[in-house]
Structure formats: structure tokens, C-alpha cells
Ligand binder design. Structure first.
Ligand SMILES: [Zn+2]
Length: 118
């Protein structure tokens, strides 16, 4: 999380200590991240890392220290739609019924390189 975002939260909540709890985004371990405003310009963060990828939304993600050391970038946090063809139409797979979604899992992608020679 950017320093300005944290400073805004300190101001909005009129506090010098913020606590972010939740599951680590990567390993799912319970994490407690504490951010303290020590002096006017010094912020100390302990217990992990906090992410607020969409600064206009109140959505937070936390990472434990171990996962942050391995990879400090927050990945795969956005919901994405995969479109594929079902009964003749292109539709988001997430909207398909359960049976069709299972069928989608079993689909194989055509591999042109391996097909050469047929
Ligand atoms: Zn973790």
C-alpha cells in the first residue's frame, strides 16, 4: 500500500495505529498486519504487507512476511471472466451450469505443433 493511502487512513480514522487482519493472499495463513504512525513521517509496518490495489475501493489484501519475502507483488487478485463456446454461443464459463463447467475442465486445447504429421 502506498504511503499516501496509509496516511489517508490514519487521518480518516483519526488514529496512529491501524490493524489489518485476514488470510494471507498466497498461503492462506491468518495474518495480522499492524501499521503505526511513529512520527509525522515515519510509518512502521509489522506482521506482513497490506495491499489496496484499487485505491477507490475499500478492499484490502494481506500477505504474511514469508510470502512477501518470496514475492512482494500481489498477483491474481482480480476476478476474470473466461469465455468459451457452449451450445453454440460464446458465454462466460462462470455463468455455465455445473455440469457444463465440469465438461469445460475436461476439454483439451488443440496443439498445432503436435498435430503436424497427421
Ligand atoms: Zn503467506
Amino acid at each position: 500500500m502506498k504511503e499516501e493511502q496509509l496516511e489517508k487512513l490514519f487521518n480518516d480514522h483519526e488514529t496512529i495505529e491501524l490493524e489489518f487482519s485476514g488470510q494471507c493472499h498466497d498461503c492462506k495463513k491468518e495474518v495480522n498486519v499492524i501499521a503505526q504512525l511513529v512520527t509525522e513521517k515515519d510509518i512502521v509496518i509489522e506482521g506482513g504487507a497490506v495491499y489496496q490495489p484499487n485505491s477507490n475501493e475499500e478492499e484490502f489484501f494481506v500477505k504474511c512476511d514469508d510470502c512477501f519475502q518470496k514475492d512482494s507483488v500481489l498477483r491474481n487478485y482480480q476476478q476474470i471472466d473466461v469465455y468459451s463456446r457452449v451450445v453454440g454461443y460464446m458465454r462466460p464459463v462462470g455463468n455455465w451450469n455445473e455440469a457444463k463447467q465440469q465438461e469445460f475442465q475436461k476439454r483439451k486445447t488443440f496443439d498445432l505443433d503436435r498435430a503436424v504429421g497427421f
